[in-house]
Design a protein around this ligand. Structure first.
Ligand code: IPE
Ligand code: IPE
Ligand code: MG
Length: 244
């Protein structure tokens, strides 16, 4: 087990923008899809490592609401890979006490994917280990708009002037989990690309040039090490934090 295991400064909820599959493949003169396949191996490594070191929640950005704009062939292959992962990997997750959830608008996926998502969630829902959330057809802005609609549905007679951060937050994805405290983006870009824009208001950001298929235990250790050295002030002064 790694020396970072059970570190009191370890993040509770790691969110990852898994980027760089295409460039990983291009560097090797391989089709982009091979990069996505290798990316799935990295997902397995990272899930099992986060489980092992006792992270409460891991949220992975797998497909954004904007990724539909990619060439149809790539979108089709990503969908096949998503289905394959749901069919082949969920049993192992269940055995490892992982609870799997999917966020994002699943109605855009074909029936077979939707059925497999429902099955996977049902199979793992009472698991008490790592909460693994896959963001698929997810967009942070859509998440906020959906939350406002759900809030209104739940409170049809309430004046919108009474809408508060707390009351809206209840309808935002992942609100039952600790807030993501560490956001990792692989692939060298330093942007959020419409990921958990509400939830990450106070996340520590960690960007690495490592391409997602190369990502693994060592890289997570580096990110956690960087996280654990930072002073999280939440608007206060350094002196106030040190007094606590
Ligand atoms: C991330 O890798 C995977 C998805 C967005 C589905 P990319 O496919 O974006 O890889 P690059 O950025 O082109 O290297
Ligand atoms: C972000 O990666 C989305 C996922 C990792 C699923 P992109 O590769 O789509 O992001 P941009 O287009 O470079 O911002
Ligand atoms: Mg990319």
């Amino acid at each position: 087990m790694s020396e970072v295991a059970n570190n009191p400064n370890q993040p509770k909820h790691i969110a990852i923008i898994m980027d760089g599959n295409g460039r990983w493949a291009k560097k090797r003169l391989l089709p982009r899809f091979v990069g996505h396949q290798k990316g799935l191996n990295a997902v397995k490594r990272v899930v099992s490592y986060c489980s092992e070191i006792g992270v409460d929640a891991l949220t992975l950005f797998a497909f954004s609401t904007e990724n539909w704009k990619r060439p149809q062939e790539e979108v089709n292959k990503l969908m096949s890979l998503f289905l394959l992962a749901l069919q082949k990997e969920v049993k192992k997750l269940a055995e490892n006490n992982v609870q799997l959830r999917i966020i994002g608008d699943r109605t855009a996926f074909n029936k077979e994917i939707q059925e497999n998502i429902a099955k996977a969630e049902a199979l793992t829902e009472s698991n008490t280990g790592l909460v693994l959330t896959i963001a698929a057809n997810y967009g942070g802005r859509a998440d906020i708009v959906e939350a406002v609609k759900l809030w209104h549905k739940a409170n049809p007679d309430t004046d919108v002037g009474l809408l508060s951060e707390e009351s809206l937050n209840r309808f935002i994805a992942l609100s039952d989990l600790p807030e993501p405290d560490l956001l990792i983006r692989t692939g060298g870009e330093q942007r959020i690309s419409n990921f958990l824009i509400w939830q990450m208001a106070y996340a520590e950001l960690y960007f690495t040039d490592a391409l997602w298929p190369d990502f693994g235990e060592k890289e997570i250790d580096k990110a956690i090490d960087s996280f654990s050295k930072r002073e999280r002030r939440f608007g206060k002064t350094s002196e106030q934090i040190q007094q606590c």
